[in-house]
Design a protein around this ligand. Sequence first.
Ligand code: SF4
Length: 364
Amino acid sequence: MHLYVHVPFCTRRCSYCDFAIAVRREVPSRDFVQAVLGEWARWQPDPALEGVPGLRTLYFGGGTPSLLDPGELARLVDGVRALRALDHDAEITLEANPENVTAAAVAAWRAAGINRVSLGVQSFHPGVLGWMHRTHDVPAVQRAVDVLRTGGIADLSLDLIFAVPDFLGRDWASDLDQALGLAPEHLSLYGLTVEPATPLGRWTARAEVVPADDDRYAAEFLLAHERLGSAGFEHYEVSNYGRPGHRARHNSAYWRRAPFIGLGPSAHSGLGRRRRWNLPAWAAYHRAAMAGSSVVEQEELLDDAQVRLEDLYLGLRTVEGVRTDLLGSAAAWRDAGWAASRGDRTVLTPEGWLRLDALVRSVP
Ligand code: SF4
C-alpha cells in the first residue's frame, strides 16, 4: 500500500498550471493537517487496508507541500504512522519549491522522516521562470540544493519543463547541463502543455503565444534521452530518469497499478478496480472534513476493458513494457523503430514514447 497526500496551497498560480490548488499568502497548516488526519482515520476500517502491515511509500505532492509549517508536517507524518506503520525503509518524498528550502526547514523535514525531496526547478533561464510566474529565481536553485545536501537529503529529484515557446530563447541543452551539474539522483522532465483554463491557455487563444511545435517537442525529448543517458541516468519511464537504484518508488507503484490511497483535496485512490477521488476545492474539502461528512466526490469500478487499457497505457510508459501477447502483434511497431522485444515483453523506444497515446489507441 502506498499513500499520497495532496497539499493544495501555492503562493501564486504558475502560468501553465491547472491543478487543484488554493492560492494563499498564509497557509492554514493546522486546519489542513487536522482534516487530512481525520480522512486517514476514516479510511482505517476499509477492506483495502485489511492485513496491510505497513506503508511502502508516503508522498507529499501539490500544490506546494514545502509551504506547510514544518512542525505541522511532522504532526502529519506522526499521525499517519500512529494508525498504520511505515515500512522501516519507506520512501517519504516531499515536493518542494526552492524558495522554501531553509536549513531550519530541512532539519525539521529530516526529523519528520522525509528522506527524498523533489525540487520544482523547471528552468535555469530567468526569462522562462518569470514567464512561468514561478516564485523563485535561478540562484535560489543552487542555494536550495546546497542546503538540502548539507541537511542530509541523499535522494534528490529535480523537475524541469521542456518545449517552452520559441520566443523565450531558452537553451534546453544548457538547462540539462546545469541540472546535471547539481548531481541529482533523479530527474523528471515534462513537456509544456497548454491547458485552456490557465493564463497560458488564454495567451495562446489570443495568439499572443505560439506553443512549441511537435518537431521541437520531439527534438528536446530525444536530446534529454541522449544526454542524460550518457550521464549515467536510466530513462525508466516516459518522463522520468534515475541513477541506478534511484527510481521513484512511489510513482513506480502507480505504473504497476499497485494499491494506493490519496488523502487531501482532489486526491485519487486506486485499489484494484476501485477508483475514488476527493472533492477538488480546498474550501469544500475542509468544510466536509470538519462536519465529519465524506470528502469523496465520486467512486467507480473499472470494467475489464478499462483495466486492460490502463494496463497497456501504464505498462508502455515504462521500460518494463507489457506482455507482447496483450498487443496482438507488435511487429509493425518494431519495424518502425517504436518498440523493441525483451523476452515475452514489448518495450517502447523513446521514438515510441513520443507516440504513446496513438500507439495505445491502435491496439485492437
Ligand atoms: S507551484 Fe506547482 S502546483 Fe503551484 S501553481 Fe505552480 S505548478 Fe501549480
